[in-house]
Design a protein around this ligand. Structure first.
Ligand SMILES: Nc1ncnc2c1ncn2[C@@H]1O[C@H](COP(=O)(O)OP(=O)(O)OP(=O)(O)O)[C@@H](O)[C@H]1O
Length: 282
């Protein structure tokens, strides 16, 4: 299957003048249609920078970003705006309360990306109802405002808004970390359903490996701006190769409890990861 998202040798530097630092040091990553890829890494590893590069918000200093076979990393000006308006890639933020306009009803939010395309009110109502159905939001919530919804309902609105414009790739940045455990499961199930019904590719960004189990087909491990390991979720969970990945795996309670790690082995792993981190900083 050809890649929907193909990131190759991506380097991104941020900051100005002497403060300019390379954040991504040659990242390779693919997402196929209908595939959920987990992107995991600790805070500051460059996950959001990678997402921003895919959205065309930060330019690569080297490497390529292709969506549906089309190079989008180097787009500028009108071509870049047209790519963003086209809606092929949509972004869902961690905190829906901050990403949703508090003064906008659920209805208006769901059709936000469509309204500018000059549709009739009847078409918009149909689109809003379709989007609400897709993300299992009851129609009686359409006139409400974000402040009147639960955290899970807000995240459904944010996902519904993204889906309404018909994206091929959804980038979800920590979509469940602000939610309680049972709501997390329903949102992750929603992503699973959407990838099946819509053949949607999903890049699921998280620092919590546990939330990827049962959802991601593959996992990409980012460490200090480099991909240190890629594998199927099963490979990553059962046979992690890189010390950082092994540390992540032993930190997931459900895995840890099945195979209690030897405390000495765990300490040794921490030491290895610490040594790697200081090597990177020097
Ligand atoms: N505009 C900027 N200028 C300079 N450095 C930046 C800028 N934005 C981010 N950085 C740095 O880039 C690095 C990666 O940040 P990024 O937000 O991509 O990490 P992350 O993995 O998404 O972290 P988190 O999980 O905390 O969101 C960090 O060290 C950050 O301080």
């Amino acid at each position: 299957m050809s890649a929907l998202l193909d990131v190759s040798g991506l380097r991104v530097a941020l900051g100005r003048g002497r403060g300019r630092t390379e954040i991504l040091h040659g990242v390779d990553l693919t997402v196929a249609p209908g595939e959920i890829v987990g992107l995991i890494g600790e805070t500051g590893s460059g996950k959001t920078t990678l997402a921003r590069a895919v959205l065309g918000l930060v330019p690569p200093s080297a490497g390529t970003v292709a969506v549906g076979g089309r190079e989008v990393g180097g787009l500028r000006g009108a071509a870049q705006r047209a790519f963003r308006r086209g809606g092929a890639v949509q972004y869902v933020f961690q905190d829906p309360l901050r990403s949703l306009d508090p003064d906008r009803t659920v209805f208006d939010t769901l059709v936000e990306g469509l309204a500018v395309r000059g549709r009739s009110r009847a078409e918009l109502r149909e689109a809003a109802e379709d989007a609400a159905r897709l993300v299992s939001l009851p129609a009686d919530l359409l006139p409400r405002h974000p402040g009147e919804l639960s955290g899970g309902q807000r995240q459904r609105v944010a996902i519904g808004r993204a889906i309404a414009v018909g994206p091929r790739l959804l980038i979800c940045d920590e979509p469940v970390s602000a939610l309680d455990a049972s709501t997390r499961i329903t949102i992750l199930e929603l992503l699973l359903r959407l990838r099946e019904t819509r053949d949607l590719g999903v890049l699921l960004i998280t620092h919590d490996l546990g939330s990827l189990g049962g959802v991601a087909d593959r996992v990409v491990v980012l460490y200090h701006g480099r991909v240190v390991e890629t594998g199927t979720t099963e490979e990553i969970f059962l046979a992690p190769r890189h010390p950082y990945t092994r540390l992540l795996v032993t930190s997931v309670p459900s895995i840890r409890d099945e195979q209690p790690p030897d405390p000495a082995a765990r300490r040794a792993l921490r030491e290895q990861v610490r040594a790697l981190a200081s090597a990177d900083l020097s």
